[in-house]
Design a protein around this ligand. Structure first.
Ligand code: FAD
Length: 449
């Protein structure tokens, strides 16, 4: 494999070097819709949606299409959170393995959850089509690669169960055949799901915002929600939301703040662990080298707990991500991640030893204590959170489904009403002091399992 390319085809350090930018590469490809910074918040509204990511914007689009007056309140800018910062992998399944899910919820509910995970990708594809969102959405499939022989052995078992129980076909790829899928020799085999997709997430979230605005929702950027209090008006129950741009009264509230959930919604904040994830992208690679690395342009991730995920961008950069630091993004964790991820990338692809890394950035994932998505109502407010790194499709889907519920429908949603555990012994106030311990624990698990 390695020998197929001569040095002339490899990225060369001789070209004008671009300094490493601590900046999200996707943002360089995206134009966000403009909002009016001077426009005052409306006095009253039907639904206040907190957070302008996939969850909030998908909900706002659906609610506005159903005739509701909707204000999206975003403390930063459209898509500022994980929705513009992620790998753009539109994935089937959930973070937990299928056996674990069956042991937690039984066969029937797990079957409905798996079907919802497939429907969530259709939901993204449908919105992208309906709204003509130019975000490079393509069903290029995903490849999970085994870091140990026993992980590969488990692929055989998992794919059998998934076919029998959920009528969904995965393809197990032996090590001897893996070069058709990936230009790396370090793995013990892989498992392909052809239905997963890739997209440019920043363009997708910008398009989702445009579509919500087109449907009539108003988006208020730099409107940080500081408190949400129950307040009746003229006998009508509702909510008063105090924000950095004034106060708004709403009949209903939908919280879509994910890993950035704050003390404005303390009960939800205590259920969510914010975990950092980081990404580098290389310079644009020569076509032949890009093809060698990922001949089928898959969305790829490995079988570790402390995993790497990677893919080619539409303009042929290698985008390589992982949990290089457990703490959410700040100057230090982002800078350190660039080195850690670069070493990780070269360990997978020695072909990239000379490739320049041009961008590094981080974002915050939202993990529930049971690593499951959760949605429904808490303290009277609607919410959807807990995507655990599988949020591109699921956040879009949950936003839509919870909005349908709010509009009076009874949509199928197997994640509503499942137990939503908090921290053991309640030892958590929303500040994740235990992250270094969790990081060490996952590294230990990767070593022994
Ligand atoms: C580095 C990284 C890589 C990832 N890769 C993938 C991937 O490849 N595939 C995948 O499926 N998932 C991936 N994910 C996960 C996915 O990006 C998220 O699950 C998804 O974007 C969550 O969307 P959201 O709308 O719920 O939250 P977010 O996009 O995080 O949006 C929440 C918004 O709420 C706002 N907010 C918070 N508090 C307040 C407040 N008080 N007032 C007003 N606004 C507030 C924030 O500013 C933020 O913009 C990744 C995540 C990260 C960080």
């Amino acid at each position: 494999m390695l020998g197929r390319f001569d040095s002339a085809e490899r990225p060369s350090r001789k070209s004008a070097p671009m300094p490493l930018q601590e900046h999200n590469y996707w943002l360089t490809t995206t134009e966000f819709p403009a909002t009016d910074a001077s426009r005052p918040l409306p006095e009253t509204i039907d639904v206040a949606v907190v957070g302008a990511g996939f969850t909030g914007l998908s909900a706002a689009r659906t609610l506005a299409k159903r005739g509701a007056r909707v204000a999206v309140l975003e403390s930063e800018t459209i898509g500022w959170g994980a929705s513009s910062r992620n790998g753009g992998m539109v994935l089937t399944g959930m973070k937990l393995g299928i056996n674990k899910l069956i042991s937690m919820y039984g066969r029937e509910l797990t079957r409905r959850m798996y079907a919802a995970s497939l429907a969530s990708m259709d939901c993204v594809e449908q919105i992208v089509g309906e709204e003509a969102i130019d975000c490079d959405f393509a069903r290029s499939g995903h490849l999970e690669v085994a870091c140990k022989q026993k992980h590969f052995d488990d692929y055989e078992r998992q794919s059998e169960i998934i076919e029998v129980e959920f009528n969904h076909k995965l393809r197990v790829v032996k090590k001897s055949e893996l070069s058709v899928e990936i230009g790396s020799t370090i793995y013990y085999g892989g498992m392909v799901d052809e239905t997963s997709a890739g997209c440019n997430p920043a363009r997708y979230v910008a398009g989702l915002a445009r579509s919500a605005m087109k449907a009539g929702a108003e988006i208020f950027e730099h409107a940080r929600v500081e408190s949400v209090q129950r307040e009746s008006r003229q006998g009508e129950p509702g909510w008063s939301l105090r924000t950095s741009r004034g106060t708004v009264w709403a009949h209903e509230v939908f919280i879509g703040t994910s890993g950035y959930t704050s003390a404005a919604t303390p009960a939800l904040q205590r259920k969510i662990i914010p975990i950092g994830s980081f990404i580098i992208t290389t310079e644009v690679l020569p076509p032949a080298l890009a093809h060698e690395l990922s001949p089928r342009n898959r969305m790829i991730y490995d079988s570790k707990n402390y995993l790497y995920y990677y893919r080619l961008t539409p303009d042929r950069r290698m985008l390589f991500g992982g949990r290089a630091a457990f703490f959410p993004e700040n100057d230090q964790t982002v800078r350190r991640s660039a080195d850690i991820l670069r070493r990780g990338m070269v360990s997978v692809y020695p072909q990239l030893a000379d490739a320049r890394v041009e961008y590094v950035w981080g974002g915050t994932l939202d993990f529930a204590f049971d690593i499951m998505p959760h949605a429904g109502q808490m303290d009277g407010m609607y919410y959807a959170v807990g995507y655990a790194g599988h949020g591109v499709a699921m956040a879009t889907y949950q936003g839509q489904r919870i909005a349908e519920l709010m509009a009076g429908d009874k949509p199928e949603n197997p994640f509503v009403g499942i137990p939503f555990p908090g921290a053991p012994l309640g030892l958590y106030n929303g500040k994740p002091w235990f992250l270094p311990l969790a990081g060490a624990w996952y590294k230990f698990l990767d070593w022994v399992s």
